[in-house]
Design a protein around this ligand. Sequence first.
Ligand SMILES: *[C@@H]1O[C@H](CO)[C@@H](O)[C@H](O)[C@H]1NC(C)=O
Ligand SMILES: *[C@@H]1O[C@H](CO)[C@@H](O)[C@H](O)[C@H]1NC(C)=O
Ligand SMILES: *[C@@H]1O[C@H](CO)[C@@H](O)[C@H](O)[C@H]1NC(C)=O
Ligand SMILES: *[C@@H]1O[C@H](CO)[C@@H](O)[C@H](O)[C@H]1NC(C)=O
Ligand SMILES: *[C@@H]1O[C@H](CO)[C@@H](O)[C@H](O)[C@H]1NC(C)=O
Ligand SMILES: *[C@@H]1O[C@H](CO)[C@@H](O)[C@H](O)[C@H]1NC(C)=O
Length: 531
Amino acid sequence: MRVNLFTAATVVAASTHVSAAYFQQSCNSIASKLSVHNATISGATFVQAGTTLTFPDVDPSCKIPLLRGTEPQVVSADICRVKLTIATSTRSRTAMEVWLPSNWTGRFLATGGVGIGGCVQYNDMNYGASLGFATSGSDNGHTGQNGTLFLNNTDVVDDFAFRGLLTSAQVGKQITREFYGKAQTKSYYSGCSEGGREGWKMAQDFPDEFDGILVGAPAFAWTELMSWDGMFLPLIKNAGPNFPPQSLWPVVDAGILAQCDGLDGAMDGIIEEPSRCHFNPDALICAPGQTSACLTSQQADTVRAVFSPLFADGTFIYPALQFGPGLLGQIYQSFGATQFLLTDNWFRFAVFNDPAFNTTMLTQDEIIFAQMLNPGGINTFSGDISKFRKRGSKILHFHGQVDPLISSLNSNRYYDLVSETMKMRPAALDAFYRFFRISGMGHCAGGPGATWIGNGKENAASLDPDQNVLMAMVRWVEQGIPPDTILGTAYVNQTQGLGVDFQRAHCRYPFHNMFSGKGSVKDPANWNCVL
Ligand SMILES: *[C@@H]1O[C@H](CO)[C@@H](O)[C@H](O)[C@H]1NC(C)=O
Ligand SMILES: *[C@@H]1O[C@H](CO)[C@@H](O)[C@H](O)[C@H]1NC(C)=O
Ligand SMILES: *[C@@H]1O[C@H](CO)[C@@H](O)[C@H](O)[C@H]1NC(C)=O
Ligand SMILES: *[C@@H]1O[C@H](CO)[C@@H](O)[C@H](O)[C@H]1NC(C)=O
Ligand SMILES: *[C@@H]1O[C@H](CO)[C@@H](O)[C@H](O)[C@H]1NC(C)=O
Ligand SMILES: *[C@@H]1O[C@H](CO)[C@@H](O)[C@H](O)[C@H]1NC(C)=O
């Protein structure tokens, strides 16, 4: 009953035309032949390379530009697109897709979500499939960028915390096997932000699922992160005019650079090692008689508060936002008007099961309660990944150093926790866990640094494993060659069509980049990874 495409394709390999026709025919018949437990198969459609797929049925809340996941996708490989829904309990389900490329490499890739959704990341699925991975994606148990379905339903929370990904990856592998007639050779995961948390969840609690995991800007320590995000609205509201007005943001940015840009040996607008930056906003307080381009002492206090860790009842909750240019303004723009949607929905629907709960000003008790409750085990902050290590799997973690939504210092903290918990120094962790700090990168992509590292289709400058984190992961798993640095590319004005501006070889933690002082700062050869 199984469609043994792999064998058939080998047999007909002499003629790609026949192979393509056979592939199309196999795709058309696969839906009726699949036997997936608890699944409702919506269908399987052949999609020809070059087709522009749009996603009219996707919930409008998924179409947030920042997330890019549901923008029209030009599919660059012939694929078989399978859509299905799986019951994960009697009162929850997860919707998912598998994209099966005709020129399959034998690899499987599961992709993660973003925000509090709810939304298949089609850009990531397209990227994987175009590189020959059989690729799965899911809505993690609920559709749309909100948490309303968490209300009084811990099964939906469980799907979001771990089961949506786990189930869709397992089903994705099964469909891959049934379609091609053989199992994948290696299985991979890739996700950023909330998807970064999901990847870590697998490494911590489901270590057998993946041979290689690529995680960016992970939203782990989730409940603490939700509380930290939630502190900005009251901080900004309470500050009122004591929050520096927009006209002063460039003054603060320049002040941060004046104190910290040179720490890495180069005044290039990029801070390589933000954890060594101890910016003191008091330096910007107006001198007697000075009336412009300076802060009041109250405004300096507000800046200090924005870049402070969150404590509740004297207990450390979440690290400070790292210092970097642009961040003060981005915090105001992201968090200044209403409570951050993720924080608001998380507390109302998952923590307190009370749609009327007011999240405007979370109390210290509420913050600690959420941390203790840890719904669905979503925190994802266990420092013990010994099972993952023992299995021989690898994890490649990266974090942008001007991320305005998730402090990169939390990734440093996690790495240190793993090191401490497993009693392993970085040289030993290097065997299976490497963490790269991407200077000048915002949240998962973009920013003034050399941020094109290939975690997504939209920032892939090259498929060379030295320059592409996904392909670096594959090379590490399949050839045992780990990445020592990741060579990122920056384009002129962050626009690929304008040509390469510079490249930088990003170091793995705890190393950081230091300019040698000789030659151009734009030449990666003039930088060294130092401690
Ligand atoms: C086959 O895969 C490569 C990438 O490995 C891709 O560039 C190409 O377009 C694919 N061809 C087809 C017909 O899908
Ligand atoms: C899913 O399938 C398994 C195995 O067939 C079955 O035991 C379980 O009850 C099913 N769950 C749901 C929610 O239908
Ligand atoms: C949450 O998302 C669902 C699914 O898209 C939608 O039906 C619902 O209206 C949304 N709720 C709110 C409060 O936005
Ligand atoms: C949620 O559960 C609480 C406690 O059991 C109950 O008071 C409330 O009515 C429930 N809310 C909804 C919308 O079902
Ligand atoms: C929520 O709380 C804030 C401050 O504590 C208050 O200003 C606001 O009016 C409250 N909103 C509602 C709907 O009660
Ligand atoms: C890059 O942007 C700057 C500032 O917006 C502009 O002055 C410059 O002309 C742009 N360069 C190119 C090559 O487009």
